[in-house]
Write a protein that binds this ligand. Structure first.
Ligand SMILES: Cc1cc2nc3c(=O)[nH]c(=O)nc-3n(C[C@H](O)[C@H](O)[C@H](O)COP(=O)(O)OP(=O)(O)OC[C@H]3O[C@@H](n4cnc5c(N)ncnc54)[C@H](O)[C@@H]3O)c2cc1C
Length: 749
């Protein structure tokens, strides 16, 4: 049998998890720390998967296989030596959090699965005590954290081959190794043959009501010496606590702790008395506050949320031939289109150029191609739809073509942006002329922009989003008076599944009464987790600020034919929580020449919230000072522009930066028969280039149609996504990767 040792890969994880579960089945530590009547195999598998992914990034994680065969025969995970006095590196801190958070996320998902938390912490304390007593090498130890070999391959040299990989390395570096084992026999003897010496008992004493089975664990110290081919029984698996130094969180950890709490908080219902968005002034004369005299008691479909997504879902349901006769109720907590769609920047812009690179990195090239093509398709579809409507409506919602520029403020962002655009051109060849790269020297004259290091321009659109969507709702009501009811000022406060009711299995509660429905579609974006709590931290509210500003006395008007964005490196100050998000977006109103400009910069407490009833001072300050800094000619020596109106709005961000679309899965609802709740939410910062066709795609998916030709498959809600990428832990990790401001970085050097 020729044994091959390789690094663990994603594809190996199921086999490695099964091997570990098998080896630990009768392990004394496992017996002690789990209540086996409640032991949840799936939870344990998820936990091990998390541990393994952590190990792949941080430790030395090996699998043993027979040459030519993919079956995992053994698993070994080592942690690298950590010098005793060295403060943990940024990466260690992050990874500690990542692991901890995955465990927390998993606990939320599966419950504790029989884990005796008290005993778990007794073990953690005992482990810390013993390590502090016997670890005397200041350079640290190679720590063998997991070692298992499938029972049927024990005695064939699998363990020895895995052991040798790292002990050879330790030998070469003259470093010591360390492990803990929960069995004396035969492990002391086996490890002894490899040069491990028993050093100290680790007493885990549980004096609570079930204290009888407190167990003893042993520690070994190794001077490398491998002699025999026997395989050991399992060592124990350890878990990492959230990192803290002497019990005090450092600023990074405190900041991440804040993020982890904030994203898991219930966003609640949309607030009464939001800041006044100038898009919503004046309100639509007939539909803004429309509602039936009496709330209907029954319907086929309830759509929660009246933004652009809810509108598209409504229109598709009413117009699709397969849903002929279907009755629809739209519930809106406040006035119609009063959420993000009525508060945004009004850009019909695809960010395909500068997002292609990050999308490809995170989701793969295929996904990046699908998402960017879809974005372009959306803009085209909206423009076409409106251009086929009457001229009066087109004028009213000010739909127009614009030339759009993204000016870049620093070299690093510029390098990333250009590489992303070139990548897009190479991969999405039918649109390879869509973007033009404007070099630094040409930007001031072409775009009246100062201090940029370069720019990317392309065609785009602009619109008055509130008028567009309220206008479409108005027309739908006119065309389908007997099939559509719009109920504004009617928040859905609960959605209940009535398993026994075969005809109307959903009861939607509102302050005006209840509705029974066959299907429920959540188009609630940043508020999604209020009705679906298991989405907390996966979709979370992210607040932005928009303003209308008076143009400077020297700013030449383009009569609304241009739009701009300014992109620069973001920063997050872990001491204060000030997040400078690095993006401004602006357009000029064609009739008034006013500049409509938005940005998300604020303290975290003012960003990770769904409260749009106030504008934080720091957001106002950022917006009032940017225009004189951006334009070459416009404001003379003035350092501030005049803000005429300002408001905030809630975006729905997701852990993996892409929307969440499809059927709400059993793991979120908790009931297999609860199978007719659907969602389209989490459009992140850009939604006008995704929501419209997403609404249509969702209805078609619901009807069993295949939309894979044009709809990005990575947007679909899957169990795999819920476990791996759409997790609260990924959200925290995203924040942890935002660099601190330059002055903090320099102080550290
Ligand atoms: C400040 C800001 C600037 C932006 N700028 C741009 C831009 O320029 N270009 C771009 O492409 N995108 C932009 N976006 C993003 C874009 O506006 C959103 O992605 C898009 O509008 C999302 O549409 P939606 O219909 O999914 O959500 P929303 O428009 O937020 O609609 C959700 C609706 O659900 C309602 N609701 C929530 N919970 C309940 C409940 N329980 N019961 C009843 N009703 C409920 C809300 O009141 C809301 O009306 C911006 C967003 C903001 C906030």
């Amino acid at each position: 049998m020729v044994i091959k040792i390789s690094n663990l890969t994603e594809a190996d994880i199921p086999g490695a998890v099964a091997a570990v579960q098998d080896a630990f089945k009768n392990d004394p530590y496992n017996e002690w720390v789990y209540d086996h009547s409640k032991f949840n195999q799936q939870r344990n598998a998820t936990s091990l998967g998390i541990r393994m992914r952590w190990g792949m990034r941080n430790g030395i994680f090996h699998v043993a296989k027979e040459e030519g065969n993919d079956k995992v025969l053994g698993v070994a995970m080592w942690l690298r030596p950590q010098p005793a006095n060295a403060p943990p590196t940024w990466n260690d801190w992050l990874e500690g959090w990542r692991l901890y958070f995955n465990q927390v996320g998993m606990n939320l998902y599966y419950g504790r699965g029989g884990l005796n938390v008290k005993r778990y912490y007794i073990w953690k304390d005992a482990q810390a005590k013993v390590q502090s007593e016997i670890w005397d090498d200041p350079r640290g130890y190679y720590f063998l954290n997991i070692m298992v070999v499938l029972p049927e391959t024990q005695g064939k040299g699998v363990g020895a081959a895995m052991m040798k990989q790292v002990t050879d390395q330790a030998d070469a570096e003259n470093m010591k190794c360390y492990l803990e084992s929960s069995r004396d026999d035969p492990n002391i003897a086996i490890y002894g043959r490899w040069g491990f010496k028993f050093v100290k008992d680790m007493i885990c004493d549980d004096d609570g009501p079930k204290s009888a089975s407190g167990i003893i664990r042993r520690n070994f110290d190794l001077e490398n010496l491998i002699t025999e081919n026997d395989d050991p029984g399992p060592t124990s698996s350890a878990y990492v606590n959230p990192p803290s130094r002497n019990g005090c969180l450092d600023p990074n950890s405190a900041m991440l702790e804040y993020v982890s709490k904030a994203i898991l908080e219930d966003p609640g219902l949309p607030r009464n008395n939001p800041t006044v968005s100038s898009w919503q002034v004046p309100e639509h004369p007939t539909v803004a506050s429309i509602q039936s005299t009496t709330l209907p008691e029954f319907t086929d479909v309830v759509i929660i949320g009246s933004g652009i997504t809810g509108c598209s879902v409504t229109k598709t349901l009413l117009e699709h031939e397969a849903t002929h006769g279907v009755h629809v109720i739209v519930l809106e907590a406040r006035t119609l289109v009063s959420g993000a769609t009525g508060r945004n920047g009004g850009h019909l812009v695809t960010a395909s150029g500068h997002t292609f690179g990050p999308l490809a990195e995170q989701h793969g090239i295929e996904a990046a191609k699908q998402v960017t093509r879809f974005s372009l398709l959306n803009i085209k579809a909206i423009m076409k739809m409106v251009r086929e409507m009457d001229q009066e409506f087109q004028d009213h919602c000010q739909l127009r073509d614009v030339l759009k520029v993204m000016a870049v403020g620093d070299e690093e962002t510029w390098a990333n942006a250009t590489s992303s655009v070139l990548n897009f051109q190479k991969n999405v060849t039918e649109h390879n002329k869509y973007h033009t790269i404007v070099e630094q020297d040409a930007v001031p004259e072409r775009w009246n922009i100062k201090n940029s290091v370069g720019a990317v321009e392309h065609n785009a659109g602009a619109v008055w989003p509130y008028r567009l969507i309220t206008g479409i709702f108005e027309r739908l009501l006119k065309n389908y008076p007997s099939r559509l009811a719009i109920e504004t000022h009617t928040p859905a406060t609960a959605v209940q599944h009535l398993a026994k009711d075969k005809e109307y299995p959903y009861r939607i509660t509102t302050p005006r009464g209840t509705i029974k429905a066959k299907r429920v579609i959540h188009c609630t974006n940043g508020h999604a987790s209020h009705l679906l709590p298991k989405l907390a931290g996966r979709i979370y509210p992210f607040r932005g600020t928009m303003s209308v500003q008076k143009p400077g006395p020297y700013l030449k008007s383009g009569k609304g034919s241009r739009s701009w964005s300014l992109s620069h490196k973001p920063s997050l100050d872990p001491r204060t929580g000030l997040y400078i998000t690095g993006l401004y977006y602006l357009q000029e109103n064609p009739l008034t020449s006013r500049i409509w400009i938005g940005n998300e910069t604020a303290y975290l407490k003012n960003i990770l919230t769904s409260d749009d009833t106030y504008v934080p001072d720091e957001a106002r300050a950022a917006l009032s000072t940017i225009l004189p800094k951006l334009f070459l000619e416009g404001w003379g020596t003035e350092e501030k522009a005049e803000i005429e109106s300002i408001w905030s709005g809630t975006q729905g961000h997701t852990a993996d930066n892409i929307p969440v679309v499809g059927k709400i899965l059993e793991s979120l609802t908790g009931e297999a028969t609860d199978s007719q709740q659907w969602i389209a939410a989490g459009f992140n910062g850009y939604g006008m280039d995704k929501c419209w066709l997403t609404g249509e795609a969702l209805v078609r998916i619901m009807l069993g149609e295949d939309v894979s030709e044009w709809f990005p498959q990575c947007f679909l809600l899957t169990e795999d996504r819920l476990k791996n990428t759409l997790t609260p832990e990924e959200t925290v990790s995203k924040f942890s990767s935002i660099p601190p401001p330059d002055n903090i970085r320099q102080a550290k050097l």
